[in-house]
Design a protein around this ligand. Structure first.
Ligand code: GLV
Ligand code: GLV
Length: 320
């Protein structure tokens, strides 16, 4: 029996899988665990199943102790984990790629539609009890057919978003660290370009790259200025990829047409200007938030945990 500490509430199926063979200590409350409580609870853990709201750094790894073997993040992004600190201590870190690809691409596309078709504005207007009727020029947005979607970070989620865009009649350009499978590029008619070109030619820019030192404020004042003034920016990746203050200013000055954000620089805080603006759709980090997807993520994290505790290679390691 190993000791498994789960840092937040996760779906029951995953907990049951862990409980079958291990001593599981799970945080069961609605709110996030406090840092002090977490540092206390991890003492003696062989495995930590972490949520993206918890920072897994050297301090936490050391509070767990030298028997700690695995940190399983219930997320595809793992900027909350100090991976080198895990590696130095011989700890395997894992994430949950694949299982949330389609759900996150759905939200990216939802935000593209919200922003380009002004759905949030329309909803707010009705709820505010304002008078309205159909009008030739009432709440006109921008069509997607024939427009260009620029995808920054063409991993699984970027590709899934591109597939949706193709079905909507859009052209696709992408920027990525590596070339994608030529068969997929052909299927999508997707052209790889540098970020400068992507920003200049895209009518919608959607971010799907991981967050890290290389992508911190990847989109700042200069990049926003390089976009068309009719273009939209959508972020379902990580908040700090965008300089949020620069975006708020660009939106306020109509330097770009609009934006759709699922993630924020300092969640759950949102830049106050964004709250006042009509040309930005705001949703609270819902990319993977379906019953099916969250269950699959937690089950994959449990599978990773059980594999490492059983001396086997986990299905989706980050290091090692
Ligand atoms: C969610 O944001 C994730 O990285 O899984
Ligand atoms: C997107 O998911 C990426 O990893 O580039």
């Amino acid at each position: 029996m190993s000791r498994v500490v789960v840092t937040g509430r996760i779906p029951e199926t995953a907990l049951e899988n862990l409980r079958a063979n291990h001593d599981v200590i799970a945080w069961e409350s609605e709110g996030s665990i406090s840092r002090e409580e977490l540092l206390r609870r991890v003492a003696g853990a062989d495995a930590i199943v972490s949520l993206l709201t918890e920072r897994v750094d050297a301090e936490l790894l050391d509070a767990a102790g030298p028997q700690l073997k695995v940190v399983s993040n219930v997320a595809v992004g793992y900027d909350n984990i100090d991976v080198p600190a895990c590696t130095e201590r011989g700890i395997i870190a894992t994430n949950t790629p694949g299982v949330l690809t389609e759900a996150t691409a759905d939200i990216a596309f939802g935000l593209i539609l919200m922003a380009t078709r002004r759905l949030g504005e329309g909803e707010r207007l009705i709820r505010a009890g304002q008078p309205w009727k159909w009008g030739m020029f009432f709440l006109l947005g921008s069509s997607l057919q024939g427009k260009t979607l620029g995808i920054v970070g063409m991993g699984g989620i970027g590709i899934a978003t591109a597939r949706r865009a193709k079905a909507f009649g859009m052209e696709i350009v992408y920027q990525s660290r590596s070339e994608i499978d030529p068969a997929i590029a052909d299927e999508l008619g997707a052209r790889r370009v540098e970020l400068d070109e992507l920003l200049a030619v895209s009518d919608v820019v959607s971010l799907h790259c991981p967050y890290g030192p290389n992508t911190h404020h990847l989109i700042g004042a200069e990049q926003l200025a390089a976009m068309k003034d009719t273009a939209y920016l959508v972020n379902t990746a990580r908040g700090p990829i965008i300089d949020e203050a620069a975006l708020a200013l660009a939106l306020r000055e109509n330097q770009i047409a609009g934006a759709g954000l699922d993630v924020f620089e300092q969640e759950p805080k949102v830049h106050p200007w964004l709250l006042e603006l009509e040309n930005v759709a705001l949703v609270p980090h819902l990319g993977s938030a379906t019953v099916e997807t969250r269950t699959a993520m937690a089950v994959l994290a449990a599978t990773n945990t059980l594999a490492v505790l059983g001396g086997e290679q986990p299905p989706t390691p980050i290091n090692g």
